[in-house]
Design a protein around this ligand. Structure first.
Ligand code: DPM
Length: 367
């Protein structure tokens, strides 16, 4: 009798998390019909604390920590996340084994039903827009100074209910990718998509990442078929940009990337919380014109040889790839690093320090 291989996958419990986990499973099933997949749901800190804005909780791995513990303890073989929720510095022993093709990375506005035919500009002065993302509010305050931005937490279902049933919010802003994955009824609620020039997106937004143990070559081998080359290269540049700025997931750092042939473009910015100041810059690299191979070696997370004789692959801001040439990954890494350094030099360091100070003050006020 054939012994079926069984793989266990950790997932958060929300409807969106389960949809995302199933996207990964369905893709793998087509390639590996003989493998059986089992989902194990796990609650994370971000799921438990619902009444506090994300930026005020003060923990970086909000949506990922408990999932990583399950990985570490071999309770699951891999976990599926939204890449944008994965810190640029993964805990020791972890790796991003695959990043799937990116959905629309932009943000979307959902208006309250009574404003269904209106846009943000038409809303009365003082209207409240629900978002806990400082990245969204700090960028939008620049174009819409008549609006107020207030935190709205909870999973997508909770947020939509709060919009429709509470009389507080005139609109909420969510990632288009999440809404689209929830299905057509949700997608039909999108009033409009914010263009990236109006609201640059979050690092990794719209991409699904699969995290596994860094020495688990069997799983990495299995996952590599999911990797989408363009998405991986763009996200390496974005995450490298973020890591160099030392911005956690809750600071107003935003990006735009494009890859055409071997040409990788990165635009990035940091914003003050009140939206009055911004430092935005852009850079373009040809990934095949790598001048000095090896120059980035100090920045590529070292290949370690573990006591148990497992050799791990080099990581690029947490990402491992067996198929993409390493000099391309290194160039993408260098692009993010170089742009971040130029933004720091132009005064980005002062803005980031000030944001961290403000967030800390709010955390203390909440404690
Ligand atoms: C992170 C942010 C938010 C999530 C911050 C940001 C949004 C928080 C909020 C890092 N993670 O975007 O500036 O809206 O209050 C999150 C969502 C998704 C992954 C939901 C969303 C789905 C989209 C995707 C929460 N994480 O952004 O609407 O897969 O990228």
């Amino acid at each position: 009798m054939e012994n079926k291989i069984k793989i266990k996958i950790g997932s958060r419990k929300s409807q969106l998390a389960l949809i995302q986990t199933n996207i990964v499973i369905e893709t793998l099933k087509e390639l590996y019909p003989h493998i059986e997949f089992e989902i194990i749901t796990i609650e994370t800190t971000g799921d438990k604390i619902l009444n506090v804005a994300l930026s005020k909780i003060g923990e970086k791995a909000l949506f990922t920590k408990q999932l990583e513990t399950a990985l570490e303890e071999n309770e699951v073989d891999f976990v599926v996340h939204s890449l944008k929720d994965l810190p640029t510095q993964l805990p020791a022993g972890m790796a991003i084994g695959a990043i799937m093709k990116r959905e629309d990375p932009c943000d979307a506005v959902i208006m309250h039903p009574k404003f269904h035919d209106k846009g943000l500009l038409d809303l009365p002065t003082g209207s409240v827009i629900g978002t806990s993302s400082l990245r969204r509010s700090s960028q939008l305050k620049r174009n819409y100074p008549h609006l107020c931005f207030e935190s709205v937490r909870g999973n997508l279902n909770t947020r939509l209910r709060k919009l429709d049933e509470d009389d507080k919010y005139s609109a909420i802003i969510l990632a288009a990718s999440g809404i689209k994955r929830m299905g057509i009824e949700w997608e039909n609620r999108i009033s409009h998509i914010l263009s990236p020039t109006e609201c640059m997106y979050a690092v990794g937004q719209g991409a699904l990442a699969v995290e596994c143990r860094d020495g688990d070559m069997k799983t990495i081998e299995l996952l590599k078929t999911l990797n989408h080359r363009e998405t991986v290269l763009r996200c390496v540049a974005e995450r490298s940009f973020m890591r160099t700025l030392e911005g956690g997931c809750s600071v107003p750092v935003a990006v735009i990337t494009e890859l055409s042939e071997s040409n990788l473009f990165l635009k990035g910015g940091v914003f003050t919380i009140d939206g009055t100041q911004a430092i935005v810059d852009e850079l373009r690299y040809d990934l095949f014109l790598s001048g000095k191979p090896g120059i980035m070696n100090d920045f590529v997370d070292a290949t370690e040889t573990k006591g148990n004789n497992l050799t791990t692959l080099p990581q690029y801001v947490g990402i491992v790839s067996m198929d993409i040439p390493s000099h391309c990954l290194e160039e993408a890494l260098k692009l993010g690093l170089t742009l971040a350094k130029s933004i720091i030099r132009a005064g980005g360091d002062v803005i980031l320090k000030d944001i961290k100070h403000q967030i800390l003050l709010e955390q203390q006020a909440n404690a």
